[in-house]
Design a protein around this ligand. Structure first.
Ligand code: HEM
Length: 560
């Protein structure tokens, strides 16, 4: 049989294409990883031998399942449970070790000078791109690099200046009030109740971010954020396995739902932002929320550069930043609060000291104000110690694109780098033999003194890419904790099971606390059988602006 020239040419092209693809796959799953492994071993790093495609992923997820299948005894020594595979790797291979995230080796950096180096050189040590499906969940400042990152950070920064944060206090008070009212309304005649506070604290943080991000449009914002939460759950499922290139284009049930949610969120945020931009340009908007400040700062940036539209952020950029505020600020702050309540239940001495301080600074009824928050020394020490033992983000990662010097080492292009917050925060060499004990007094003279100037405490990251919302989070945590301490005492219920688990952030599985109203509150609340602000506003269709349980001081305003 004769083969025509065009057929021969087509067959050759196809053969070349197939061979090229096969070569790329072979390089991706075998040749490149083996080359990197050789390079790392030559540098003195140790770790498991590469296993094709999955690397250490199967073993790692088996260890996580095993560790989290049952609760642990109540100790703060949580690293073997929360980060079992890196913990075991360090134990087996020492501090210069690596693990395999599929075909990519990840080097663990445990040296505090090297950590400083990595955090400061943010253009060399960039964030890994990760699974492309995560882009549907959120991009924004946290995932950008180089000029785009610098431009966005400059525009967003003003929204987090202390003066602006001060103006968010009423929104934070309102959200805390709402939560406390719900607790009071469920309290029994004996003045106590057992409840799972975790969903309440999640709701609190999401309420705070909706109000501060969207001000008067916070109900619309909250709906968007609910969709965002579903998207986060789907993303978690998607990233638990190695990503196969092109997978996201397949019309699987999950891919379709993720795209549908993405489109809905984009459309709602677009409407909201467009409306606000028009109002801002017409001078009608009250730009005292995050969105307003962002839009204002963006307009200023564009005007300062001769109205060059390429300078500022476009609509899509603003949408992504709004999504990021919610994503980065909600879960992290609620887990900080939850572990603080767990720790203060476990260590009643510190609960009593914190309450003593809160009552001294704000009294029993006053809402926490900005000046007072700066005087909370014991509360700050406690929050730092909780952030050390239970960091909401347990590990940070970076990647390098070219051969890169790190101290005396030379890392090959293509490796990932792990900055293992939780391992560093619990490291006995850095924190002493009592590293796993809850001792807020470590921070009595500040972070610098507690760490002896070493980078051994970085719950919010470090360097130029440090968390932009850290002051926001600390203010929110201090206000919420103060308002709870003013009204309640709490202890762990006998049914509480200590079971920390990483679901993007470090979370409790569920959390039953016994909450008791302190004596003076009980009288007031029970004479009304419901928390005064909730019951009265329901009955009279009034909105409570201010209330005090004991003095029964109320200020109300009519709802429009
Ligand atoms: C306890 C609460 C919080 C914790 C523990 C936390 C932790 C972190 C950490 C560790 C990073 C650095 C990530 C890295 O270097 O790879 C980060 C970045 C970031 N956080 Fe937070 N965060 C908290 C609250 C917030 C809040 C309330 C917001 C905003 C409303 C926020 C917004 C951001 C943003 C936008 C970035 C990216 C900054 C950049 O890359 O320039 N965070 N956060």
């Amino acid at each position: 049989m004769e083969i025509s020239f065009p057929t021969l040419a087509l067959m050759s092209i196809l053969t070349i294409a197939v061979l090229r693809s096969a070569w790329s796959v072979l390089r991706w799953v075998w040749l490149k990883p083996k080359e990197l492994e050789r390079c790392l071993r030559e540098q003195g790093f140790r770790g498991n031998s590469y296993r094709i495609f999955f690397g250490d992923l199967k073993e790692s997820s088996r260890m996580i399942n095993e560790a989290t299948s049952k609760p642990m005894s109540f100790t703060n020594d949580i690293t073997p449970r929360v980060s079992p595979f890196p913990f075991q790797t360090l134990k087996n291979y020492g501090k210069n070790s690596f693990t395999w995230i599929g075909p990519t080796p990840r080097v663990h950096v445990m040296d505090t000078e090297q950590l400083k180096d990595i955090f400061s050189k943010h253009t060399t040590f960039q964030k890994p791109q990760g699974n492309p499906l995560t882009k549907l969940l959120v991009t924004g400042l946290a995932s950008y690099e180089a000029e785009k990152w610098a431009k966005h950070r400059k525009i967003i920064n003003p929204a987090f200046h202390l003066e602006k944060l001060k103006s968010f206090l009423p929104a934070i008070h309102q959200s805390c009030n709402d939560m406390i009212c719900k607790w009071v309304s469920s309290i029994t005649k004996e003045g106590s109740i057992e409840l799972d506070v975790w969903p309440y604290l999640q709701n609190l943080a999401s309420d705070v971010i909706s109000r501060t991000a969207f001000g008067s449009s916070f109900e619309e914002g909250r709906l968007i954020f609910e969709l965002q939460r579903e998207q986060a759950e789907l993303t978690m499922k998607a990233i638990q396995t190695v990503y196969i290139p092109g997978w996201r284009y397949l019309p699987t049930k999950m891919n379709r739902r993720m795209k549908e949610i993405h489109n809905k969120i984009q459309a709602s945020l677009k409407d909201l932002i467009n409306k606000r931009e028009k109002e801002t340009k017409a001078g009608e908007a009250r730009n005292d929320d995050l969105l307003g400040i962002l839009i204002e700062s963006n307009i200023r940036e564009i005007q300062e550069h001769g109205n060059d539209k390429n300078i500022g952020m476009n609509l899509k950029d603003v949408i992504e930043e709004c999504k990021l505020f919610y994503f980065a600020g909600q879960e992290t702050t609620s887990v900080l609060l939850v572990w603080t309540m767990v720790s203060l239940s476990k260590y009643p001495y510190w609960q009593a000291r914190a309450r003593e301080e809160v009552l001294e600074v704000f009294g029993k009824d006053n809402k926490p104000d900005f000046e007072g928050l700066n005087h909370l020394k014991v509360v700050t020490m406690i929050l730092y110690e909780v952030l050390r033992l239970y960091p909401p983000v347990v590990v940070l990662t970076r990647r390098i694109h070219e051969v890169t010097k790190l101290g005396t080492l030379s890392l090959p292009a293509g490796v990932q780098i792990s900055l293992p917050t939780i391992l560093i925060h619990h490291d006995h060499e850095l924190w002493g033999d009592d590293a796993d004990e809850f001792k807020p007094e470590r921070f009595s003279d500040g972070v610098l003194e507690a760490t002896k100037g070493k980078l051994s405490f970085f719950p919010f990251g470090w360097g130029p890419r440090i968390c932009i919302g850290q002051n926001f989070a600390m203010i929110e945590a201090k206000v919420a904790l103060s308002m709870v301490l003013q009204r309640f005492s709490f202890e762990l219920s006998p049914s509480y099971a200590h079971a920390p688990l990483t679901v993007i952030t470090l979370q409790p599985r569920s959390l039953t606390l016994r909450i008791s109203l302190s004596q003076s509150h009980r009288l007031a609340a029970h004479s009304m059988s419901l928390c005064p602000s909730c019951s009265l506003s329901l009955l009279l269709n009034l909105r409570c602006l201010d209330f005090g349980y004991y003095g029964l001081v109320f200020r109300f305003s009519m709802l429009n």
